[in-house]
Design a protein around this ligand. Sequence first.
Ligand SMILES: [Zn+2]
Ligand SMILES: [Zn+2]
Length: 356
Amino acid sequence: MSEVTAISKFACPGCGGEAVWTPAKKALVCPYCGTVSPAELKADGSLIEESDLATALRSIPEDQRGWAAKRKTVRCQSCQAISVFDEKRVAQRCDFCGSSSLLSVDDIQAPIRPGSLLPFKIADTHVREEIRKWYGSHFWARSNLNDKAMTDTLHGLYLPYWTFDAHAECPWEAEAGHHYYTRDSQGRQQRQTRWEYASGHVSQDFDDVLVPASKGVHPALLSALEPFPTVDSLVPYDAGYLSGWVVEQYQIDLIQSAQASRSRMDDLLRSTCAQQIPGDTYRNLQISPEYSAQTFKHVLLPVWLLTYTYGTKTYQVAVNGVTGKITGEYPLSWVKITIAVVLGLILLFIMMQMGN
Ligand SMILES: [Zn+2]
Ligand SMILES: [Zn+2]
């Protein structure tokens, strides 16, 4: 620790706790909330910060932090997710991975309070039914997972997200392709394309570009759960909504969140620009966006999560708590796969015989 104390103290932008310089990550990592802040160490031992987001987060005042209700906080030693729930409840196992090694972090500093949330719309009875149907429809999944395993570990969770808003001014250039038709020597119609330079300009406002801040749910599932109707259905944060539910506390990698929001906005701009290109097709689209008025919010979104272990692996099935969209992982049935491969080989062999 002597190395660390030589550096001037650095308050975590997420929770205000004292972040620790971690040479392996070349970043400041908060031991309380897991926030990874982008910073570089100068030769004299002082820190260079790299992110506007970090500065903005740090300036969030004390009265906009905390849960506005008595809550208990634990960190899972296995998947690192931080769960927050009613004070009276005793957590036996992590809702995300099933591990029982939970560490109480009641001395945690107050995280940023969510500005708003989406309340649950879909009841657990319906979710159980849908998960059963979904699992049954996946041919490659093992068929011998019992019903109990499929439904006993279903949890309703509020997951943490950052939403980013921004304005973009974006000039674009491209080659627009116009189709025309000629006839070849046999009189058949041939499609040709004439390419012409085209350019234009797009002004776009982004509203609620989502970046997940969950550690507990596997990343591939998180992206498959979207979209959430954040634009018209968010309600202002009220501790009452969370009573009886488990909330995952955000953990942020500031560099990644900022990059993720920017690349999603770039993608959206690209498709808006593409729609403006005249003609029938296009190529070499170049966009040069300038972003301004970037703001962000912390929101909670409802997800039903089922976690089960098969062998040594943990599998998750997640259901969007508003739209009911379902996505998940399942153990493959090697018996089914082996039979399919053998059948395929037999078929191939028969076809080769017939070809001779
Ligand atoms: Zn922190
Ligand atoms: Zn866990």
